[in-house]
Design a protein around this ligand. Structure first.
Ligand SMILES: Cc1ncc(COP(=O)(O)O)c(C=O)c1O
Length: 471
């Protein structure tokens, strides 16, 4: 088994030595070969349902291997982190905090969690960190319960201006029974209208102000708003789900030093970790952070998916090494793609400020048939994106006017600025020239075939689109 494994997978290269104290045997565990011995890959049982699900996972993976993935909220997880998802931790429970658990069996889990928290604090230069939330949304639910009471007023961006659903009355805000007001918006700059918003905040006096968006083109003017926020004495919460990797890489903004008390985020968007959440804090007082902790457990989680918690630590540690390089490249690629699309006749929002300073861009595709049909045509050409609302959108969330694109995954597989022109050209052929998407797909597959390995991580040379345990 080991020999076979060695033959097949001796492609891992650790240029700086093994990342932790690993034996060769353990490297095989990390790349997913050892735990089940000779039974890897698993023999498929004669169970139709099981086969159906496995077959479709395989089809999905094959499809994504051949596709340009431009969904702004996705990424390719670190291979070392991916392997921890199938470790024994996936079978276990831990409730509470290290050293104060309700279950036995957590001796090593406590060691890991304490270390992962410490790595998170180092990565984000954050006085506090909670690595337990199982998603960005769960982190947001916990934060809503910690920072507001039913009936409280809170401020957040409007959904049309790029807010995530969890910040609105249909999401966690409404679930908490809190009442939302939205910031005034400057469409030209695709950002908060600082003067108008200051006036509005002083008039309405919300108890909490939430900043952060799913369409996060430019940094939030936190510094510019900070005198007003201080005067209000409100909780300042920054939802960095999308831009967490850029913040950690030091290439976006530094919310904890610009006035935010709490950051929530997803660990799998520009930060290429496992699907999960995190809460960081530079709290205004002990009570604020204690409330966050209590709302994570027992408020909104029981056991917190230990395999993912450990995998976050791997992704954080790798981001300490590669985060700034990766973030730099993302920003360059995003600008290059936006510019290339603009030059080919697309309406890319935020032109006045260079379209974007993050991983994401938004197109107004009303002339090309609207967000829903454009996203579908692109999908038929193996270009995966999503329809999106734009400011003052005359459409609906199912039939919006925009298209959202993110370059973090294409960057992770090694694409550079010159490749962005190729991507823009393929999009133009589908959406402006109205070529048959199924024909364009052949050229998409050809381009993608050159980009199949994960970069900016410790285990170099790992194939990006492969189900190691089931193929
Ligand atoms: C701003 C923002 N907050 C929260 C979330 C939710 O994160 P998750 O998908 O990890 O639940 C998203 C998801 O895209 C988001 O864009």
């Amino acid at each position: 088994m080991i020999e076979r494994a060695y033959e097949r997978y001796a492609i891992i290269d650790f240029p700086k030595g093994l990342p932790v104290n690993l034996t060769r045997q353990n490297v095989f565990v990390l790349i997913g070969l050892h735990p089940l011995g000779d039974n890897v890959p698993l023999d498929m049982p004669q169970n139709e349902d099981v086969r159906f699900i496995y077959d479709n996972v395989k089809k999905h993976t094959d499809w994504f291997r051949d596709s340009l993935c431009l969904i702004a909220s996705e990424n390719l997880v670190s291979p070392l982190a991916r392997q921890l998802q199938v470790s024994d931790l996936t079978d276990r429970y831990a409730e509470g905090l290290p050293g104060k658990r309700y279950y036995q069996g957590n001796i090593y889990v406590d060691e890991i969690e304490t270390r992962v928290e410490a790595i998170a604090k180092r990565l984000f230069r954050s006085p506090e960190a909670d690595v337990r939330p199982i998603s960005g949304t769960n982190a947001n639910i916990a934060a809503f319960y910690a920072l507001t009471e039913p009936g409280d007023l809170y401020a957040a961006p409007h959904l049309n201006d790029g807010a995530h659903i969890s910040s609105a009355k249909f999401g966690a805000g409404g679930l908490r029974g809190a009442n939302e007001i939205t910031y005034l918006w400057d469409k030209e700059n695709m950002n908060i209208d600082v003067d108008g918003t200051k006036k509005m905040l002083l008039e309405k006096r919300p108890k909490m102000c939430l900043f952060g968006r799913s369409v996060f083109l430019f940094p939030t003017p936190l510094k510019e708003l900070s005198d007003t926020l201080q005067e209000l004495g409100c909780h300042v919460w920054y939802d960095g789900a999308h831009v967490l990797g850029l913040i950690a890489g030091g290439r976006f903004q530094d919310p904890l030093r610009e006035g935010a008390h709490i950051i929530t985020g997803s660990t799998h968007k520009t930060l290429p970790g496992p699907q999960g959440g995190v809460i960081l804090g530079n709290p205004r007082d002990d009570e604020q952070w204690k409330n966050i902790r209590r709302r994570v457990f027992p408020g909104t989680h029981s056991s917190h998916h230990l395999m993912t918690m450990a995998a976050k630590g791997i992704a954080f540690a790798e981001h300490i090494e590669f985060g700034s390089q990766y973030a730099d490249r993302i920003l360059k690629n995003a600008r290059a793609l936006a510019q290339a699309l603009h030059e080919r006749g697309f309406t890319v929002l935020g032109e006045r400020l260079g379209f974007t300073r993050s991983h994401v861009m938004v197109l107004d595709v009303r002339e090309q048939g609207g967000g829903a049909s454009c996203a579908l045509d692109l999908e038929n050409a193996n270009i995966i994106s999503n329809k999106n609302l734009i400011p003052d959108d005359p459409g609906t969330s199912m039939r919006p006017s925009g298209l959202r694109l993110g370059v973090q995954e294409l960057t992770r597989i090694g694409m550079v600025e010159s490749n962005m022109s190729e991507v823009a050209q393929l999009m133009k052929r589908v959406l402006i020239d109205k070529e048959d998407p199924y024909k364009v797909k052949e050229d998409v597959i050809a381009l993608k075939s050159n980009f199949q390995h994960i970069h900016f991580c410790l285990s170099k040379g790992i194939e990006a689109y492969r189900n190691w345990m089931i193929e």
